[in-house]
Design a protein around this ligand. Structure first.
Ligand code: SF4
Length: 410
């Protein structure tokens, strides 16, 4: 019997090892002939202005004006920028745009969750225009936008729908910031919109959409520095959370260079199981990952690290797992997000029973950790990452056009 179990274990390990750790991008981004200024730093905008002949003494001031129009007022055309001279507006429009990704489908859940499928323009006609998803989740005290960092994903976590997709390419800073801008456009959430208390609808950002953000570090950093810039979109760093499945070498850089809140897709408390659920664990096992969390710059009780734990029936949801979780997180300022698994067609897992989720949560809570169970949102619109994209890919051209028409009407 023991020999049979050992053999089975060995087969399971071989199968897990057969899953490639990382995928390589199939494409690189080719900018359109008229590139968008969205996603450039102020210095880069000034540089671009120099390239079209704007005098050196004017570049910094013009870059600041453009920044304000793009990121405070949400201008979609240079013609809206009324404090810029007519000639300069015409010159800008001749060479650049302030385009963001195009909304090709919008779904609104009965609970108010909104999901957009966004098309990313490319300068390479031979390449298919790619699409990513972005989800807005309104709650009573906040509105959270879940943003994507890659088309597809470098990794292949076995419980995740996006993991089944190819890694097509990394998003550019403009395509990442552009998702936030699209949400503000669609929600009419720019500064000119009157709200009873002056609050915006998009108050929080989570880098938890498609892709592993730390495999697209530079673009994600540049985008988040724009999103958190006080003179622009102005979302506080404490309201931006970057979620990683554990790319250990870039965790410290995230704290040092971006300074946002950190979340870890943990999902298992033993290396054998995590190797299967999050195969990247074979490269950066739990011990190294948790040490990187202990060392995360700026982590404190006021800035706790979130550990995400998807609840999979009979896989990782026993009280023994809960006990081990509490042991593992000792010494880390942590909170634990329990996520009921949202099944997708073809997945081999089931969501844990509700009373088991409650028992698990209670154990963790009694050990002193906040352990909210994430309320499933937008199930009627398949709001788990990657699902709208896959569903839309199955639609006929006519059906896609119909969705697109819906997205264009407010
Ligand atoms: S969980 Fe995140 S990192 Fe893992 S495959 Fe899905 S999108 Fe990629």
């Amino acid at each position: 019997m023991l020999r049979a179990v050992t053999r089975l274990n060995r087969i399971a390990m071989t199968l897990a090892a057969a899953v490639p750790l990382e995928k390589t991008p199939l494409e690189t981004f080719v900018p359109p002939a008229k590139p968008s200024l969205v996603g450039l730093s102020r210095g880069e905008i000034a540089h671009q202005l120099g390239a079209i002949g704007v005098a050196p003494g004017q570049r910094k001031m013009r870059a600041q004006q453009l920044w304000h129009w793009m990121y405070v007022r949400g201008a979609r055309e240079f013609s809206e920028m009324t404090n810029v001279s007519k000639e300069m507006r015409a010159q800008l429009a001749e060479h650049f745009t302030v385009d963001r990704p195009e909304v090709v489908a919008e779904q609104i859940s009965a609970d108010g969750t909104r999901k957009w499928l966004l098309r990313l323009p490319s300068g390479n006609d031979a390449q298919k225009a790619h699409e990513v998803e972005c989800v807005y989740i309104p709650e009573t005290d906040r509105g959270t936008l879940c943003v994507s960092s890659q088309v597809g994903c470098t990794l292949n976590c076995s419980f995740c729908h996006t993991g089944t997709q190819r890694l097509v390419r990394n998003l550019t800073p403009g395509e990442i910031v552009g998702q936030v801008m699209v949400a503000r456009d669609r929600l009419n959430d720019w500064v000119d919109r009157e709200t009873p208390n002056g609050n915006r609808l998009v108050t929080n950002i989570v880098m938890m959409g498609m892709g592993e953000p730390l495999y697209n570090f530079d673009a994600v950093r540049d985008a988040l520095l724009i999103v958190t810039d006080n003179e622009g979109i102005g979302i506080s760093r404490r309201r931006v959370t970057l979620s990683t499945s554990g790319v250990v070498p870039n965790i410290k850089r995230t704290g040092d260079e971006i300074g946002v809140m950190l979340a870890i897709s943990l999902h298992a408390v033993r290396d054998e199981l995590r190797n299967e659920l999050v195969p990247l664990n074979r490269k950066y096992p739990l011990k190294e990952l948790l040490q990187a969390c202990r060392d995360y710059p700026g982590a404190s009780n006021a800035r706790r690290i979130t550990f995400e734990y998807v609840m999979l029936k009979g896989v990782n949801d026993s009280l023994d797992d809960a006990r081990r979780l509490v042991q593992l997180l000792k010494g880390i300022p942590a909170k634990i997000n329990l996520i009921p698994f949202n099944p997708w067609p073809g997945s081999k897992y089931e969501c844990s029973d509700w009373d088991q989720i409650e028992k698990f949560s209670e154990y963790v809570f009694n050990a002193g950790y906040s352990s909210p169970v994430r309320t499933p949102r937008g199930r009627d619109i398949l709001a788990a990452c990657g699902q709208l994209k896959s569903e839309t890919e199955k639609l006929s051209v006519r059906e896609r056009d119909a969705l697109r028409a819906m997205a264009m009407t407010d």
